[in-house]
Design a protein around this ligand. Sequence first.
Ligand SMILES: [Zn+2]
Length: 512
Amino acid sequence: MADVIIRGGTIYDGGEGKSFVGDVAIRGDRIVYVGKSGRYAAGKVIDAKGMIVAPGFIDPHTHADSFIRSPDQAVRVNAAWLNQGVTTVMIGVDGSGTPDVAEDSGKLAASGIGTNIVPFVGFSPVRQRVLGQDARAPTPAELDRMKALVAKGMCEGAVGLSTGLFYAPQSFSTTNEVVAVAREAANRGGIYDTHQRDESSYSIGLLGSVQEAIEIGRQAGMPVHFAHLKALGVDVHGQAGAVIAAIDAARKAGVDVTADQYPWLASGSSLDASLLPRWAVDGGGPALLKRLDDPATLERIRGEMQENLRRRGGPSALLLIAQGFPWTGQTLEQVAAEWKMDSRDAALRIIRQSIEAGEQRGGGAAVASFNMAQADVDLLMKQPWMITSSDGSDGHPRMFATFPEKYVRYVRERKVIDLATFIRQSTGRTADIYKLDRRGYLRPGYFADVLVFDPDRYAPRADYVRPRELSVGVRKLFVNGVLAVDDGRTTGAAVGRALLRPRPTGCTAHPG
Ligand SMILES: [Zn+2]
């Protein structure tokens, strides 16, 4: 006897095997049967004929905090992800995760959240607690304190150490410093998960940065995972092949290297962040306006904007996405043509108006920055070590639509990968990389995170101009055996758990 039988769907179990038509039975929070003919009776039978049945998707790189940390229960169900079929999200990415893993994750799970969470301990709070924002190396005693914080996070159940070496103050660290702290995660079975130092041509370059991350994994003795792997900006377009060669060589040499990727050609940014030199915005909006009013300083700023505009792919590669402005939905190039002015001056005019309009309209300069080449995205997507992530964050459709976007554009329309690969990249392979316990596969005894979607209707609704539209086409979604989405609507169920690692053996030496 089961509680629920999902009958007659096309089953992709998350593994490498072929799909088949059959049944999935759920009892309590577990899967009790997966096979061609259910011998189970159940209180509830779901007719899944013509539907795809798969493990709930796992999103290894999210900024879901504004949802799961909301005071509002209705927001904490995390509908942006549930409506894509996602049942588990990684948090604390890019180096942001707190070392107080047990307390933080425990509170989140107890508050009632819609998806499971998997926490990282992050390099940023570790370094800031010891060194603040300082751009210097730690003393040996300070390094010991940082190491103890990473050990604490791991002993409390973190899946690994995340870093965001692109961002200050993490960017102030040397490779050796990162190796030293990463080793604490390695000793406790953790993964090194990184928003690498340079995805473009800002400092050590994309290829130099890939090599650095691999070297960190090799020296620390741990798996390396690249978050949102990409070749960002015209200077590095076409380098996906060289990145793949470096990763394949490392894997051959015994370093376990993997990556995730989002299926969008644009990252989210703003005109000021993508075009203005950092010194021009020092002191905030009023200071910037003063500089723009000084003709000599304005000329200097315009000069530096030229290079940043080139690196970003020119004015046609910047789409203005802030809501409710005359320029919404136009590229910077189009706006400049309409205003009959240089694109840099058009950008400065928008930035100026945004600042002068004050807080409520201050976001008018938001852009989608189209800085990835389609050929690079396609090539990376086909690699056997690639998985899907959303990098979901406010203002970009990737938060609400990554998985269906990938399904529609890359599986159905452009056929870059097939359906089996798409599902594997969103389920079993992801669970394997992060060694998640009994998740990511449809197997008896595994937790009942189960997705039923309509292959003809599963689709994104969000785009760059309307980034917060819920995706459609999920028929049923179970989280830990409880129905969380029913015919495209969230049920209000908030049964997500904190998926914490069991206490590693290395913890006796560092009681945290
Ligand atoms: Zn990142």
